[in-house]
Design a protein around this ligand. Structure first.
Ligand SMILES: Nc1ncnc2c1ncn2[C@@H]1O[C@H](COP(=O)(O)OP(=O)(O)OP(=O)(O)O)[C@@H](O)[C@H]1O
Ligand SMILES: [Mg+2]
Length: 382
C-alpha cells in the first residue's frame, strides 16, 4: 500500500536522504524542517505516517508526537534517535510511537519500520470494519428479536380473541338449533343476530391485524364531511339500537370537505364506536344507555366526537388505552383497536383527545386537519 509520509528533521541533508529513500520505496513524501511546520502540513495533508527526528530545536520530536496523537490518535509516528538517546526513545514509546530507528539511518531498518506502521494501519482498518459489521449484525438480531416477540404477542392476543368469538358462535348456534327444534322464531332471530355480529367482529379484527402488521400508505382523496359521517353512522345505527342502546347522531349539513383515506378513517372511527357500544353493553350499573356521534367543522379542522355513558375509565386504563394489545375485555378484545385508530389518525396529521370519568362514561374527540400535512403529528392528547 503506497501512501504519503511526512518526514520531519531540522537537518536539510537528512531530509534529502530520507526523501530520496522513501520515494524509492514508492511513497509520496512531504518534508518539514521543524515541529510547527510539521503540524501545519499534517493538518492539511492528514498523512497517516510521520517519521520525525527526536532532537530538534524548538518543538522536539516527543512534543510533536504528543500533539500529533492528540489530533489523530491513529497516526503512526516513527522516531529517529541518535546514539545514546535510549531514554528519549523509551519515553517516545510511552507516548505510543510506532517504532524508533537510530542514526545513521539504515534504509532496510527504515523500510521495516514503515512496513510495521502500514500493517498497524491495515489491522486497525480491518478491526473497524469487523466491529461495524458486528454492530450491524447485533442491531439486526435485536430488531428481529423484538419483531418476533411482537409477533408472539400478536398471535397470543389474536388466538385469545378468536377463542372468544368461537364461544360466541357456539352460543349462537345453540340458540338457532334450539329455536328450530322448539319452533321458536324469536330464538332463531336472536341466534342469527349474534352470528351476524360475530362475523362483523371477525371482519374488524382482520382489518386491525392487517393494519397493525404493516402500516399502509393512505390513498387520500377529498371527502365531503357530512356524507362521510352519515355513511359511518348508518353502518352503526342499527347495530347500536339492536343492542338496546340509544343513538344520537348530530351531523350538520355542509361542514365542507377534508383530505382523508375514507376507508381507513372510517375503520379508525369505527373502533371508537365499537368500544363505546362495548362499554354500554358491559355497564351493569345503568339500565339505559346512549351513544352520541357529533361531527362539525372548526376552521381548518374537522372534529368527530363519540361519547358514551358507559362505565368510563380509571386513570390507569386511560394511560394505556392506545397501547398495542392493551385490553380489559379478556377474550372479547385483542387490544389492537385503539392502537390502529391512533396510527391512522396520526397518518392523517390529526389527534385524539380523551375525556373520561369513572361511572360517567367517555368522550373521544378526533380532530383531522382538512389538509393532510407533509409530516404528521403525534396523535393523542388527554
Ligand atoms: N369507551 C370506552 N369506555 C371504557 N373503556 C374503554 C373505552 N374505549 C376503550 N376502552 C378501554 O381501552 C381498552 C383498549 O381498547 P381497544 O379498542 O384498543 O381494545 P379492545 O376494545 O379491548 O379490543 P379490540 O382490539 O377488539 O378493539 C379497552 O379494552 C377498554 O379497557
Ligand atoms: Mg376496541
Amino acid at each position: 500500500m503506497k501512501q504519503a509520509i511526512l518526514i520531519v528533521d531540522d537537518e536539510p541533508d537528512i531530509r534529502d536522504v530520507l526523501t530520496l529513500a522513501i520515494n524509492d520505496l514508492g511513497h509520496n513524501v512531504l518534508a518539514a524542517a521543524d515541529g510547527d511546520e510539521a503540524l501545519r502540513m499534517f493538518r492539511e495533508a492528514r498523512t497517516p505516517v510521520v517519521v520525525t527526528d527526536i532532537k530538534m530545536p524548538g518543538m522536539d520530536g516527543i512534543e510533536l508526537l504528543k500533539r500529533l496523537k492528540r489530533e489523530d490518535p491513529d497516526i503512526e509516528v516513527v522516531m529517529i534517535t541518535g546514539h545514546g538517546d535510549l531514554d528519549l526513545a523509551i519515553r517516545s514509546l510511552k507516548h505510543e510511537a510506532t517504532d524508533f530507528i537510530t542514526k545513521p539511518i539504515n534504509i532496510d531498518v527504515l523500510e521495516i519500520a514503515l512496513k510495521r506502521a502500514q500493517e498497524r494501519i491495515l489491522t486497525r482498518q480491518k478491526l473497524k470494519e469487523y466491529t461495524e459489521h458486528l454492530e450491524q449484525h447485533i442491531r439486526e438480531k435485536s430488531e428481529l428479536q423484538s419483531r418476533l416477540s411482537a409477533l408472539g404477542l400478536m398471535i397470543g392476543s389474536i388466538s385469545h380473541g378468536i377463542k372468544g368469538l368461537l364461544t360466541g358462535l357456539d352460543g349462537a348456534i345453540y340458540l338457532v338449533e334450539s329455536g328450530f327444534s322448539k319452533n321458536d322464531p324469536a330464538k332463531i332471530t336472536d341466534g342469527w343476530q349474534t352470528v351476524k355480529l360475530t362475523i362483523e367482529r371477525v371482519r374488524k379484527m382482520m382489518l386491525d391485524i392487517l393494519y397493525a402488521a404493516k402500516e399502509r400508505e393512505l390513498k387520500t382523496e377529498r371527502v365531503q364531511t357530512a356524507e362521510f359521517a352519515r355513511e359511518l353512522a348508518g353502518r352503526f345505527e342499527a347495530k347500536i339500537r339492536g343492542q338496546g342502546v340509544e343513538f344520537v347522531c348530530e351531523v350538520g349539513p355542509g361542514n365542507g370537505g377534508f383530505d382523508a383515506d375514507p376507508s381507513y378513517l372510517q375503520a379508525a372511527l369505527a373502533n371508537i364506536l365499537e368500544n363505546a357500544l362495548d362499554a354500554c353493553c358491559r355497564d351493569e350499573c345503568k339500565l339505559r344507555h346512549c351513544i352520541t356521534f357529533r361531527v362539525r367543522g372548526e376552521g381548518d379542522t374537522v372534529v368527530f366526537e363519540i361519547g358514551d355513558d358507559g362505565p368510563g375509565m380509571d386513570s390507569e386504563t386511560k394511560q394505556k388505552l392506545f397501547d398495542l394489545f392493551f385490553s380489559s375485555k379478556g377474550a372479547h378484545g385483542t387490544g389492537l383497536g385503539l392502537f390502529v385508530t391512533q396510527k391512522i389518525v396520526e397518518q392523517h396529521g390529526g389527534r385524539i383527545e380523551v375525556r373520561s370519568t369513572p361511572g360517567h362514561g367517555s368522550l373521544f374527540r378526533v380532530m383531522i386537519p382538512r389538509k393532510t400535512p407533509a409530516t404528521p403529528t403525534a396523535a393523542i392528547s388527554a
